[in-house]
Design a protein around this ligand. Structure first.
Ligand code: SAM
Length: 284
Protein backbone atom coordinates (compact mmCIF):
# COMPACT_ATOMS: atom_id res chain seq x y z
CA UNK A 1 0.00 0.00 0.00
CA UNK A 2 1.10 3.63 -0.46
CA UNK A 3 2.67 5.28 2.62
CA UNK A 4 0.25 7.57 4.52
CA UNK A 5 0.65 11.24 3.54
CA UNK A 6 0.42 14.36 5.70
CA UNK A 7 -1.68 17.31 4.54
CA UNK A 8 1.54 18.85 3.12
CA UNK A 9 1.90 15.79 0.91
CA UNK A 10 4.97 14.54 2.85
CA UNK A 11 5.05 10.89 3.99
CA UNK A 12 3.97 10.69 7.67
CA UNK A 13 6.03 8.92 10.30
CA UNK A 14 4.44 5.49 10.83
CA UNK A 15 3.82 4.60 14.47
CA UNK A 16 5.19 1.14 15.16
CA UNK A 17 3.79 -1.56 17.47
CA UNK A 18 5.80 -2.56 20.55
CA UNK A 19 8.29 -5.05 19.13
CA UNK A 20 10.09 -7.64 21.23
CA UNK A 21 13.90 -7.26 21.22
CA UNK A 22 14.05 -10.15 18.71
CA UNK A 23 11.64 -8.44 16.30
CA UNK A 24 13.35 -5.11 16.93
CA UNK A 25 16.59 -6.54 15.48
CA UNK A 26 15.15 -5.87 12.02
CA UNK A 27 16.05 -2.19 12.46
CA UNK A 28 19.75 -2.97 12.72
CA UNK A 29 19.87 -4.41 9.22
CA UNK A 30 17.26 -2.05 7.75
CA UNK A 31 19.19 0.99 8.99
CA UNK A 32 22.50 -0.49 7.81
CA UNK A 33 21.06 -0.81 4.27
CA UNK A 34 19.72 2.76 4.46
CA UNK A 35 23.16 4.01 5.52
CA UNK A 36 24.72 2.05 2.65
CA UNK A 37 22.33 3.80 0.26
CA UNK A 38 23.49 7.19 1.60
CA UNK A 39 27.18 6.39 0.92
CA UNK A 40 28.83 7.94 -2.12
CA UNK A 41 29.47 4.45 -3.56
CA UNK A 42 26.71 2.18 -2.20
CA UNK A 43 27.25 -1.57 -2.26
CA UNK A 44 23.57 -2.53 -2.41
CA UNK A 45 21.95 0.85 -3.16
CA UNK A 46 18.55 0.04 -1.63
CA UNK A 47 16.56 3.29 -1.98
CA UNK A 48 13.47 1.68 -0.40
CA UNK A 49 15.41 0.89 2.79
CA UNK A 50 16.32 4.57 3.04
CA UNK A 51 12.71 5.59 2.41
CA UNK A 52 11.44 3.22 5.11
CA UNK A 53 13.96 4.51 7.65
CA UNK A 54 12.83 8.07 7.00
CA UNK A 55 9.16 7.07 7.39
CA UNK A 56 9.33 4.83 10.44
CA UNK A 57 9.35 6.54 13.82
CA UNK A 58 12.31 4.79 15.49
CA UNK A 59 15.36 5.89 17.48
CA UNK A 60 18.04 4.81 15.00
CA UNK A 61 20.88 6.63 16.81
CA UNK A 62 20.76 4.23 19.76
CA UNK A 63 21.73 1.39 17.39
CA UNK A 64 25.26 2.86 17.15
CA UNK A 65 25.90 1.19 13.81
CA UNK A 66 29.48 1.42 12.57
CA UNK A 67 30.79 1.49 9.00
CA UNK A 68 31.96 -2.10 9.16
CA UNK A 69 28.44 -3.34 9.91
CA UNK A 70 26.96 -1.18 7.14
CA UNK A 71 29.37 -2.63 4.58
CA UNK A 72 28.87 -6.22 5.70
CA UNK A 73 25.08 -6.06 5.87
CA UNK A 74 24.90 -4.43 2.43
CA UNK A 75 27.32 -6.87 0.81
CA UNK A 76 25.78 -10.00 2.29
CA UNK A 77 22.33 -8.81 1.14
CA UNK A 78 23.76 -8.32 -2.34
CA UNK A 79 25.26 -11.84 -2.38
CA UNK A 80 21.95 -13.36 -1.25
CA UNK A 81 20.15 -11.31 -3.92
CA UNK A 82 22.56 -12.70 -6.53
CA UNK A 83 21.90 -16.29 -5.47
CA UNK A 84 18.13 -15.73 -5.60
CA UNK A 85 18.23 -13.78 -8.89
CA UNK A 86 20.24 -16.49 -10.66
CA UNK A 87 17.90 -19.19 -9.37
CA UNK A 88 14.81 -17.26 -10.49
CA UNK A 89 16.39 -16.72 -13.92
CA UNK A 90 16.90 -20.50 -14.28
CA UNK A 91 13.53 -21.41 -12.71
CA UNK A 92 10.92 -18.76 -13.59
CA UNK A 93 8.24 -20.93 -11.91
CA UNK A 94 10.18 -21.02 -8.64
CA UNK A 95 9.05 -20.34 -5.12
CA UNK A 96 11.24 -17.86 -3.21
CA UNK A 97 11.28 -17.80 0.57
CA UNK A 98 12.93 -15.18 2.79
CA UNK A 99 13.16 -16.46 6.38
CA UNK A 100 13.07 -13.73 9.03
CA UNK A 101 12.52 -11.14 6.30
CA UNK A 102 12.02 -8.21 8.68
CA UNK A 103 11.34 -5.12 6.57
CA UNK A 104 13.85 -6.12 3.93
CA UNK A 105 12.75 -5.15 0.42
CA UNK A 106 14.42 -8.10 -1.30
CA UNK A 107 11.29 -8.96 -3.30
CA UNK A 108 11.35 -5.41 -4.71
CA UNK A 109 15.07 -5.52 -5.49
CA UNK A 110 14.68 -8.88 -7.24
CA UNK A 111 11.38 -8.19 -8.97
CA UNK A 112 10.70 -11.94 -9.52
CA UNK A 113 8.94 -12.86 -12.78
CA UNK A 114 5.12 -13.03 -12.61
CA UNK A 115 5.35 -16.82 -12.86
CA UNK A 116 7.26 -17.04 -9.55
CA UNK A 117 5.91 -16.64 -6.02
CA UNK A 118 7.83 -14.95 -3.22
CA UNK A 119 7.15 -15.53 0.51
CA UNK A 120 8.46 -13.24 3.27
CA UNK A 121 8.22 -15.01 6.62
CA UNK A 122 8.58 -13.28 9.97
CA UNK A 123 6.95 -13.11 13.39
CA UNK A 124 3.35 -11.73 13.50
CA UNK A 125 4.08 -8.14 14.69
CA UNK A 126 6.76 -7.73 12.01
CA UNK A 127 4.60 -9.24 9.28
CA UNK A 128 1.69 -6.94 10.17
CA UNK A 129 3.99 -3.93 9.99
CA UNK A 130 5.38 -5.19 6.70
CA UNK A 131 1.85 -5.30 5.28
CA UNK A 132 1.28 -1.73 6.48
CA UNK A 133 4.44 -0.05 5.23
CA UNK A 134 5.35 -1.88 2.03
CA UNK A 135 3.37 -1.76 -1.18
CA UNK A 136 1.70 -4.96 -2.29
CA UNK A 137 3.36 -6.78 -5.16
CA UNK A 138 1.75 -9.37 -7.38
CA UNK A 139 2.91 -12.85 -6.33
CA UNK A 140 4.59 -11.57 -3.16
CA UNK A 141 3.14 -13.01 0.04
CA UNK A 142 3.72 -12.30 3.71
CA UNK A 143 3.54 -15.17 6.20
CA UNK A 144 3.17 -14.28 9.87
CA UNK A 145 4.82 -17.19 11.65
CA UNK A 146 7.63 -18.37 13.82
CA UNK A 147 9.86 -20.25 11.40
CA UNK A 148 10.31 -22.96 14.07
CA UNK A 149 6.59 -23.74 13.79
CA UNK A 150 6.21 -26.60 11.27
CA UNK A 151 2.74 -25.51 10.05
CA UNK A 152 3.57 -22.33 8.11
CA UNK A 153 5.05 -24.32 5.23
CA UNK A 154 1.55 -25.72 4.52
CA UNK A 155 0.70 -22.40 2.82
CA UNK A 156 3.74 -22.58 0.53
CA UNK A 157 3.47 -24.64 -2.69
CA UNK A 158 5.57 -27.78 -2.31
CA UNK A 159 5.64 -28.91 -5.95
CA UNK A 160 8.00 -26.26 -7.41
CA UNK A 161 11.74 -25.61 -7.12
CA UNK A 162 12.56 -23.24 -4.29
CA UNK A 163 15.20 -20.69 -3.44
CA UNK A 164 15.37 -20.00 0.28
CA UNK A 165 17.36 -17.17 1.83
CA UNK A 166 17.89 -16.14 5.44
CA UNK A 167 19.60 -12.83 6.05
CA UNK A 168 20.56 -12.10 9.64
CA UNK A 169 18.23 -14.70 11.13
CA UNK A 170 20.16 -17.89 11.79
CA UNK A 171 22.04 -16.47 14.79
CA UNK A 172 18.71 -16.33 16.63
CA UNK A 173 18.05 -20.07 16.34
CA UNK A 174 19.75 -22.83 18.28
CA UNK A 175 21.59 -25.41 16.20
CA UNK A 176 18.82 -27.99 16.82
CA UNK A 177 16.17 -25.49 15.68
CA UNK A 178 18.15 -24.67 12.57
CA UNK A 179 18.70 -28.34 11.67
CA UNK A 180 14.98 -29.06 12.12
CA UNK A 181 14.04 -26.06 9.95
CA UNK A 182 16.49 -26.97 7.17
CA UNK A 183 15.17 -30.56 7.17
CA UNK A 184 11.56 -29.39 6.89
CA UNK A 185 12.47 -27.11 3.98
CA UNK A 186 14.42 -29.81 2.14
CA UNK A 187 11.54 -32.27 2.64
CA UNK A 188 8.89 -29.76 1.51
CA UNK A 189 10.30 -28.90 -1.94
CA UNK A 190 11.31 -31.23 -4.79
CA UNK A 191 14.63 -29.38 -5.25
CA UNK A 192 16.15 -26.00 -4.60
CA UNK A 193 18.87 -23.89 -3.08
CA UNK A 194 19.38 -22.43 0.40
CA UNK A 195 21.65 -19.48 1.14
CA UNK A 196 22.21 -17.69 4.43
CA UNK A 197 24.81 -15.62 6.18
CA UNK A 198 26.69 -17.80 8.61
CA UNK A 199 28.97 -17.25 11.56
CA UNK A 200 31.99 -19.15 12.84
CA UNK A 201 32.26 -19.68 16.59
CA UNK A 202 34.68 -16.77 16.73
CA UNK A 203 32.32 -14.53 14.72
CA UNK A 204 29.53 -15.35 17.19
CA UNK A 205 31.86 -14.34 20.02
CA UNK A 206 32.53 -11.03 18.21
CA UNK A 207 28.79 -10.50 17.59
CA UNK A 208 28.21 -10.93 21.32
CA UNK A 209 30.85 -8.35 22.22
CA UNK A 210 31.09 -5.79 19.36
CA UNK A 211 29.56 -2.34 19.80
CA UNK A 212 27.66 -2.46 16.48
CA UNK A 213 25.76 -5.65 17.42
CA UNK A 214 25.35 -4.90 21.13
CA UNK A 215 21.57 -4.54 20.74
CA UNK A 216 21.18 -8.20 19.72
CA UNK A 217 24.02 -9.77 21.75
CA UNK A 218 21.75 -11.37 24.36
CA UNK A 219 19.45 -12.87 21.70
CA UNK A 220 22.10 -14.92 19.93
CA UNK A 221 21.44 -18.67 20.34
CA UNK A 222 23.51 -20.16 17.52
CA UNK A 223 26.90 -21.40 18.75
CA UNK A 224 28.65 -20.74 15.43
CA UNK A 225 29.73 -23.13 12.68
CA UNK A 226 33.38 -23.47 11.65
CA UNK A 227 32.89 -26.07 8.89
CA UNK A 228 30.72 -24.94 5.93
CA UNK A 229 30.18 -28.64 5.09
CA UNK A 230 28.51 -29.31 8.46
CA UNK A 231 24.97 -28.85 7.00
CA UNK A 232 25.73 -31.74 4.59
CA UNK A 233 25.59 -33.92 7.73
CA UNK A 234 22.25 -32.41 8.74
CA UNK A 235 20.52 -33.73 5.62
CA UNK A 236 22.07 -36.00 2.97
CA UNK A 237 20.39 -34.00 0.17
CA UNK A 238 22.21 -30.76 1.13
CA UNK A 239 25.33 -30.11 -0.92
CA UNK A 240 27.56 -27.09 -0.47
CA UNK A 241 27.72 -25.05 -3.71
CA UNK A 242 29.95 -22.28 -2.45
CA UNK A 243 31.28 -20.66 0.68
CA UNK A 244 31.25 -16.95 -0.15
CA UNK A 245 33.84 -15.16 1.97
CA UNK A 246 32.99 -11.47 1.68
CA UNK A 247 36.64 -10.40 2.05
CA UNK A 248 37.26 -12.09 -1.32
CA UNK A 249 34.36 -10.54 -3.21
CA UNK A 250 35.01 -7.87 -5.88
CA UNK A 251 32.74 -5.30 -4.19
CA UNK A 252 35.41 -4.86 -1.51
CA UNK A 253 37.04 -2.51 -4.06
CA UNK A 254 34.15 -0.08 -3.31
CA UNK A 255 34.82 -0.11 0.46
CA UNK A 256 36.41 2.95 2.13
CA UNK A 257 40.26 2.72 1.96
CA UNK A 258 40.91 1.42 5.50
CA UNK A 259 38.32 -1.38 5.20
CA UNK A 260 39.43 -2.17 1.64
CA UNK A 261 43.02 -2.65 2.87
CA UNK A 262 41.84 -4.77 5.81
CA UNK A 263 39.80 -7.13 3.59
CA UNK A 264 42.52 -7.38 0.95
CA UNK A 265 44.98 -8.59 3.59
CA UNK A 266 42.37 -10.85 5.23
CA UNK A 267 41.44 -12.36 1.86
CA UNK A 268 44.81 -14.17 1.70
CA UNK A 269 43.83 -16.32 4.66
CA UNK A 270 40.70 -18.50 4.67
CA UNK A 271 40.76 -18.67 8.46
CA UNK A 272 40.97 -14.89 8.74
CA UNK A 273 38.32 -14.30 6.07
CA UNK A 274 36.01 -16.68 7.95
CA UNK A 275 36.13 -14.43 11.01
CA UNK A 276 34.17 -11.91 8.93
CA UNK A 277 30.90 -12.28 7.06
CA UNK A 278 30.26 -15.56 5.26
CA UNK A 279 27.39 -16.46 2.96
CA UNK A 280 26.85 -20.20 2.58
CA UNK A 281 25.06 -21.54 -0.48
CA UNK A 282 23.71 -25.09 -0.81
CA UNK A 283 21.62 -27.10 -3.25
CA UNK A 284 19.24 -29.92 -2.44
C1 SAM B 1 18.44 -9.07 12.14
S1 SAM B 1 16.78 -9.13 11.60
C2 SAM B 1 17.00 -9.36 9.86
C3 SAM B 1 15.78 -8.99 9.11
C4 SAM B 1 15.93 -9.04 7.58
N1 SAM B 1 16.29 -10.34 7.10
C5 SAM B 1 16.93 -8.01 7.13
O1 SAM B 1 17.96 -8.40 6.55
O2 SAM B 1 16.68 -6.83 7.33
C6 SAM B 1 16.24 -10.75 12.12
C7 SAM B 1 14.78 -11.02 11.80
O3 SAM B 1 14.52 -12.40 12.08
C8 SAM B 1 13.23 -12.47 12.63
N2 SAM B 1 13.17 -13.71 13.39
C9 SAM B 1 13.98 -14.09 14.39
N3 SAM B 1 13.61 -15.30 14.86
C10 SAM B 1 12.52 -15.66 14.13
C11 SAM B 1 11.66 -16.79 14.14
N4 SAM B 1 11.87 -17.80 15.00
N5 SAM B 1 10.65 -16.84 13.23
C12 SAM B 1 10.45 -15.83 12.36
N6 SAM B 1 11.23 -14.74 12.30
C13 SAM B 1 12.24 -14.66 13.17
C14 SAM B 1 13.10 -11.23 13.50
O4 SAM B 1 11.75 -10.92 13.80
C15 SAM B 1 13.79 -10.19 12.61
O5 SAM B 1 12.89 -9.58 11.74
Amino acid sequence: MDPPMSVEGEPMAVVLPAFTPLEDSLFLTLYARALDYRRRHPILGDAMADRLVRELDYDYDQLRIDTNLVLNVALRAKKLDQVAARFLARHPDAVGVDLGAGLDTRAFRLAPPPTADWYDVDLPAVSTTRDEVLEERANAHVIAADVRDPDWLDSVPGDRPAVIVADGMMAFLSEDELVALWNRLVDHFPSGEIAFNSYTRFAIWIARHARGTKSVADLVKFPGMDDPRAPEQWNPKLQLIREILLSREPEVAEFPPAWRRYHRVASHSTAWSRTGTIVLHYRF
